[in-house]
Design a protein around this ligand. Structure first.
Ligand SMILES: Cc1cc2nc3c(=O)[nH]c(=O)nc-3n(C[C@H](O)[C@H](O)[C@H](O)COP(=O)(O)O)c2cc1C
Length: 301
């Protein structure tokens, strides 16, 4: 089976990427992921606040990239997480020099002010990404949340900055309230497959409207989840919760499950599968839109 995939200008041996998390933080686990068959990995994010608090974080991140590049043959993608231009441009240039194959930007921003318009927020994203894009030469992708009023328009504007891909969608970690201590406690729930459908729907809608690479993240646990993302046009699928829950060897099971289905259907490569069920390929594209919502409600009432 030919799993070869192009993602953000990189050639991957398959479309599965270990997303940014502590699972990729140590060389030993990165090597396990490579041995399990992962196509690429993304380092945990270098957080803007962490570098401000401790400038040593940057050199140690750069050192990690160099060690990974020496020890691994799969692409190694760096990740920056922040909301302001600040040191980003300089950090991005240093990440590039340390040899990482691409850079993923995670603009984690909660638009909590009633004074701030959506246009302002989006413009800030675009300005930041545009500056960064012109500052470095390696492929750049942006990891987005789904909390925008027009995801499609934003993705198009991001594409126009010259970036190579978008990653859909970030999950927010929600603060909870401890009723005993009356304190706010951060919660971290791992995902389930249910979350994959939101990503699948948006990739289906976007596929024919933009040319940049589309990666899915959030809720990809089963071969079926991954195959659906490929069918609607995803170039790559990022894995995180499933690897925490079942271990890194899960990569092999996922690839085998994908291969089995592809063989049954007579597909010889992921390129044959990719995009077969994107919006533009469907006889009834409304399946991804409002009329489908109405018919689901009517059927269940
Ligand atoms: C413990 C943990 C740490 C994470 N750290 C990062 C991070 O540093 N940067 C980032 O962009 N995403 C981070 N993520 C988000 C994951 O990369 C991924 O996008 C998200 O968990 C959704 O995928 P999943 O459903 O496969 O878990 C983290 C997730 C978890 C569970």
């Amino acid at each position: 089976m030919d799993f070869t995939t192009r993602y953000c200008g990189l050639t991957l041996k398959n479309p599965l990427i270990a997303s940014a998390s502590p699972l990729t933080a140590e060389l030993a686990s990165a090597q396990q992921l490579e041995a399990a068959g992962i196509g690429a990995l993304i380092l945990p994010s270098l957080f803007e606040e962490a570098v401000q608090a401790d400038p040593q974080q940057l050199p140690s991140y750069l050192d990690r990239i160099r060690r990974y590049k020496d020890a691994l043959s799969i692409p190694v993608i760096g990740s920056l997480n922040g909301i302001t231009e600040g040191g980003w441009l300089e950090q991005a240039a240093q990440l590039e020099q340390s040899g990482c194959d691409a850079l993923e930007l995670n603009i984690y921003y909660i638009a909590a002010s009633v004074q701030e318009s959506s246009d302002n927020i989006e413009r800030r994203y675009i300005d930041l990404v545009y500056k960064l894009r012109s500052h470095i030469g390696i492929p750049v992708s942006v990891k987005l949340t789904h909390q925008f009023s027009s995801i499609a328009h934003l993705v198009k504007r991001l594409e126009d900055t010259g970036i190579d891909g978008v990653v859909l969608f970030n999950r927010f970690y929600l603060p909870d309230i401890d009723l005993d201590t009356l304190t706010i406690t951060p919660t971290l729930h791992l995902s389930t497959s249910d979350e994959a459908l939101l990503r699948i729907r948006w990739i289906a809608i976007l596929r024919e409207q933009v040319k940049l690479s589309l990666a899915a993240t959030g809720g990809f646990h089963e071969p079926a989840d991954i195959l659906k993302a490929l069918l609607v046009g995803a170039d790559a699928v990022q894995l995180c919760s499933v690897l925490f829950q079942r271990g890194v060897d899960e990569v092999g099971r996922l690839l085998r499950g994908m291969e089995e289905w592809m063989q049954t259907k007579g597909y010889a490569s992921v390129d044959d599968v990719r995009g077969k069920m994107s919006y533009g390929h469907l006889a009834d594209p409304s399946a991804y839109e409002r009329s489908n919502y109405i018919s689901v409600i009517e059927r269940n009432s």
